[in-house]
Design a protein around this ligand. Structure first.
Ligand code: MN
Length: 280
């Protein structure tokens, strides 16, 4: 193999990026739906996989296992996925369960999804252990903080009444606010000409206590809510509170922070790890 020339390797196969499943549970306040809607469903939100497919990536959804499953948790090796795939993308979705960070729900509607929390924390651990990069979107950003020992606001309007509107169900992904990139951060280095930019905001939870091993890379302006975090450890683990995959679907405004460089940075880390001759 030629020294430093990895072009022959990048031709071998596209990157395989694992995507954590969103989970639909048939119980709960649902419409009167029958058929397949009576079953637990794992699903991908289309725009998030299209966002990565556009970059010559094969996304692979990684199924979760819960108490009702035909298989037990020990029957499925999330480490096997971490070994086989080149990186992990944590999708957005349901609230994190307060018990995942040692709190009780302040309201029943904020009880979150403990099954998905456990599954994604286990996935995150497996990919970090395998030295594979992780990118978290919205809930994925919160999950990274919780997995490393941080906590969340269960509901921003209740616990931070001073804060901006970070969720507007009528506006959904058309709700925007500004963020400020932390000077000197890796995120700021990816956008050298940007100090402040607009991002979409579709979340009612947010990071409260930052996990000890994470650095803040972006905050909302002017309320200071944490909008992006990165692990200081020896690996690529980055989470953003916004949805770059939705930004990519709209007409470009130069005041918005496009996700292009964040995705490129993640895929570069995945490619480096894939092509590392003596990876752990
Ligand atoms: Mn926000």
């Amino acid at each position: 193999m030629g020294c430093g020339d990895t072009s022959h390797l990048t031709m071998t196969r596209p990157l395989l990026i694992g995507v954590s499943a969103r989970i639909y549970y048939p119980s709960g306040p649902v419409l009167d739906l029958g058929g397949v809607w009576t079953r637990t469903l794992h699903f991908l939100e289309q725009s998030v996989v299209h966002w990565v497919i556009a970059r010559d990536v094969l996304p692979v959804m990684i199924p979760a296992v819960d108490r009702e499953s035909l298989v037990r948790r020990t029957d499925i090796s999330l480490h096997g996925y971490a070994a086989a795939l080149d990186g992990l993308l944590l999708q957005g979705g349901n609230d994190i369960a307060p018990e995942s960070y040692g709190e009780a729900p302040l309201s029943p509607e904020w009880r979150g999804d403990r099954i998905r929390d456990r599954y994604e924390i286990e996935l995150l651990d497996a990919f970090i252990e395998a030295g594979k990069p992780v990118l978290g979107i919205c809930r994925g950003c919160q999950l990274i903080n919780v997995a490393f020992g941080g906590t969340l606001y269960q509901d921003i309007p209740t616990q931070r009444p001073d804060a901006l509107a970070h969720l507007d169900n009528a506006q959904y992904d058309h709700q925007f606010h500004d963020i400020e990139l932390v000077p000197g951060s890796h995120l700021a280095s990816l956008y050298p000409d940007v100090r402040k930019a607009a991002i979409n905001s579709i979340h009612h939870q947010a990071i409260k206590d930052l996990a000890p091993e994470l650095d803040v890379e972006a905050r909302a302006v002017p309320d200071g809510i944490i909008e992006a975090v990165r692990w200081r450890g020896p690996g690529h683990v980055f989470g953003m509170q916004w949805h770059p995959e939705f930004l990519a679907q709209h007409d470009w405004h130069d005041t918005q922070l496009g996700g292009h460089h964040i995705l490129s940075d993640f895929l570069r880390a995945a490619r480096l790890r894939r092509d590392a001759p003596e990876a752990p």
